[in-house]
Design a protein around this ligand. Structure first.
Ligand code: PEP
Ligand code: MG
Length: 607
């Protein structure tokens, strides 16, 4: 198309890892694998065909082991994802079924594998849980890896890329993502994937800008196209105009300057203008995030979401594995506090093997059993699951009590909705301590046991719960979901997800007052805590400390340093009269104009 200048095109996807990068697209083409043909195998060659399939599986397994062996130490956590892939290679739903098809239908190994994948993938894709839907990706990664050895193709060899590019692929496996070299790959864009995919988690760990789930990105973006990737806005601009390039450069520079400034100030404590120190802690999902948390100036860990150790595997972790994981985190943070939340599974974080401990692999039966819940967000989630599965709960509690010997550890119980649940959980903690005592294993029982306030009934009865809990931590992600009846993952109702809704502010206020009256503290660890604009509201309502994703810490600390808490009582009196979230925003503009000017609507990373 000589003479025709390329038009700027803007694609949108899911901004998975913040940051802006500009560069040439490097398209990873895996099309060859998808054009396999079917042919019939004669009877005498069947065992050779099965042999060819088994050899391809063996080679795929060798690949995975090689990648794991070459992984740097700080990527050990991600090796688990690849261990899951190794297990999946031989899972009966893939391995046995493919061999069965070759033998029974006398078809070539490529076709058998393609058929198996097309049978298994939809089962996962139709599942309600986003986590399990993402597992369909794992099946594809594993099948692709076997297929490439069958057709003699090459897996994406990220390590071989020798220029500074932005990777564009249908999807990247965790194995591929973990090979990314920061000096080569500026960012990446994929057709599939989302925030909770392992690839998304790794991108955030690496701090590489990434936009996932961009429909047909690999068709719309051509090799060597200049593209802009904005991992916060979730946009990809193809063939940007001069104006867009300048604007992106400016935003990147501003972002870099802001980050540098924040890095310089992150260690300064969050002390309000009238001299009150507010503890600002971090939320982590994976052990390796702990270093970023410390570097961003976190005073401790306010929420360690332990479920990710269960999600990235194919069977329950044992007590020692959990103990080692917790101890590693505690050692880095020591003497700062580490709040370990007990398993919060189901809801949107289902685990395939949960309901069927005897089945250690991703067998379909176990998954179907698990999916029996019609409404998982209101089902056997978090503490409800743990109380129903005492052996799973006991294993985790023993690991926590053992790790507690090594630092300042607190236990946080998720989704408590009534006093009985809290009492039963405390009985379990005592039981775990008793077992360890009988076994003569070093442990510490005398540690604070707090509860998440994330179900409206807990906030309303906070005065009752405060008599038994050692501290509260408000989980606004769920508190908003359950109070406003807004599915936190549903885009259609995302506009109704309002942290400043008067109902939420009243529940926060009720909780803080009940805590104070009973001499305990209230933290907040939901995403609302990460919004600098909410800081005056939360301090005014009586929150004692905040915990958030590490990257948000410096900005929230800075916001707190601009607040004078002696003026908050009058502000709260007005706040509690506001009839709507937008009226609250108006009041904030009136009293905290500078904060509102600095942190407009887009600074709110609500789920
Ligand atoms: C919350 O609900 O606010 C919370 C922090 O827990 P999670 O996001 O893990 O459900
Ligand atoms: Mg929650």
């Amino acid at each position: 198309m000589k003479g025709k200048t390329s038009q700027e095109v803007i694609l949108t996807g899911i901004g998975t890892s913040p940051g802006i990068c500009i560069g040439k697209a490097y398209l990873v083409d895996k099309e060859g694998v998808e054009t396999v043909k079917r042919y019939t195998i004669d009877k005498d060659s069947l065992s050779a065909e099965v042999g060819r399939f088994k050899t391809a599986v063996n080679k795929a397994e060798d690949d995975l082991h090689q990648i794991m062996d070459a992984m740097p130490e700080d990527f050990r956590q991600h090796a688990r994802i690849l261990e899951t892939h190794v297990l999946l290679l031989r899972d009966k739903t893939i391995y046995d079924r493919a061999i069965e098809l070759i033998e029974k239908e006398r078809i070539n190994a490529e076709w058998a594998l393609k058929k198996v994948t097309s049978e298994v993938r939809p089962v996962f894709e139709k599942m309600d849980s986003e986590y399990l839907r993402q597992r369909a990706e794992d099946i594809t990664h594993v099948a692709d890896r076997i297929m490439e050895h069958l057709v003699g193709g090459d897996h994406v060899d990220i390590a071989r890329i020798n220029k500074r590019v932005i990777l564009v692929a249908k999807e990247l496996s965790p194995g591929e993502t973990s090979q990314i070299q920061l000096e080569r790959i500026k960012g990446f864009v994929t057709n599939r994937g989302g925030r909770t995919s392992h690839t998304g988690i790794i991108a955030r760990t690496l701090e590489v800008p990434a936009v996932l789930g961009v429909e047909n990105a690999t068709q719309k973006i051509k090799n060597d196209d200049i593209i802009i990737v904005d991992g916060k806005a979730g946009t990809v601009v193809i063939n940007p105009s001069e104006q867009s390039l300048l604007a992106a450069e400016e935003r990147r520079e501003l972002e870099d300057n802001r980050k540098a400034m924040m890095a310089r100030t992150s260690a300064i404590p969050a002390i309000t203008r009238d001299g009150k120190q507010i503890s600002i802690m971090g939320n982590i999902e994976l052990g390796e995030e702990v270093v970023a948390l410390r570097d961003h100036g976190g005073d401790g860990i306010g929420l360690y979401r332990t479920e990710f150790q269960y999600l990235s595997r194919s069977c329950f972790p044992d007590e020692n594995t959990l103990f080692e994981n917790y101890k590693e985190v505690i050692d880095v943070m020591n003497p700062r506090p580490v709040t370990i939340r007990t398993l919060d599974v189901n809801g949107d974080k289902a685990i395939s093997y949960l309901m069927d401990e005897v089945n250690p692999t991703l067998g379909l039966r176990a998954i179907r059993d698990d999916m029996d819940e019609v409404n998982p967000a209101l089902g056997l989630r978090a503490i409800r699951y743990c109380l129903r599965k005492p052996e799973v709960f006991q294993t985790q509690l023993r690991a926590i009590l053992r790790a507690a010997v090594h630092g300042d550890v607190r236990i946080l119980l998720p989704m408590i909705s009534c006093l009985e649940e809290l009492e039963e959980a405390i009985t379990h903690i005592n039981m775990a301590a008793k077992t360890l005592k009988q076994r003569n294993v070093p442990h510490k029982r005398d540690i604070p046991v707090g509860i998440m306030i994330e179900v409206p009934s807990a906030a309303i009865t906070a005065d009752i719960l405060a008599k038994k809990a050692d501290f509260f931590s408000i989980g606004t992600n769920d508190l908003i979901q359950y109070t406003l009846a807004i599915d936190r993952g549903n885009q259609n109702v995302a506009h109704l997800y309002q942290p400043l809704h008067p109902a939420i502010l009243r529940l926060v206020h009720t909780t803080c007052k009940a805590a104070k009256a009973n001499g305990i503290t209230t933290q907040m660890c939901g995403e609302m805590a990460a919004d600098p604009l909410c800081a005056p509201v939360l301090l005014g309502l009586g929150i004692d400390g905040l915990s958030m994703h590490p990257q948000a810490i410096p900005e929230v600390k800075q916001a707190i340093r601009s607040i004078d808490t002696t003026q908050l009582d009058a502000f709260v009196a007005e706040l509690m009269q506001m009839p709507s979230a937008s009226a609250v925003l108006g009041l904030l503009s009136h009293h905290f104009g500078d904060l509102v000017a600095e942190h407009g609507a887009e600074s709110r990373p609500f789920p």
